[in-house]
Design a protein around this ligand. Sequence first.
Ligand code: PGA
Length: 256
Amino acid sequence: MKKFLIAGNWKMNTSLDEAINLSKSLVEFSKTNENINEILVCPPFIWINKIKEICTNSKVKVGAQNCYYKPNGAFTGEISIEMLDNIKVDYVILGHSERRQIFKETDELINLKLQNVINSSIKPILCIGETLEERQANKAFEVVENQITKAFQNIETNKLNKVVIAYEPVWAIGTGVSATSEQAQEIHNHIRNFIVNKYDKSLSNIKILYGGSLNDKNADELLNMQDIDGGLIGGASLKAESFINIINFANKISKS
Ligand code: PGA
């Protein structure tokens, strides 16, 4: 049976009240429904502790949207992996395209973060994906291969099974235009084969999430694709109803 990871990336959204209400609705849902998949929310740092309290002893896991790779020190405004470990977050998103594009994060920096997260108890969600220009120039495969190769540098192969990949084409993020299920399946399959061939056969089960305008209208089709193991959802994770609808599609597919 396929087990999906349905992850909400709240980005820099929600007031404290909204964050509390949203997570309470998800906790209620996860109790009443025979949910068989993994549900994750990644709130802004400042709400994480509160949301963790609400989600304790429920099936809703809590993650962070970013971290810095140094354990402590004079890095104003940053949050370390040790701090996230301290409050026991389950996952951390690394290399989101908004971090790469707006905050100028390089592949080298993302690699340093991944090297350190991999040795903590937190699971990394590594985001990769091409821009529109790169897709139009037929470079999508090359771009994701490059991002993976650089991110995985200096990491022992036997630790890579802890990594979750999120394929998020930049042109689909927040635009309302998702990749078609065929486009997504094609590149997910390519990513899986690339990782298996370059690193280790045992990585054939690595989780590859799709992200980019995933919502409750297209989730059924996208999640039905063989190489799509879940979603990293921005906009549609901010309303309990649409996020729960997506989780329900995942549950239906898992049970079928
Ligand atoms: P979106 O964001 O669902 O709003 O397109 C996805 C993401 O950036 O993780």
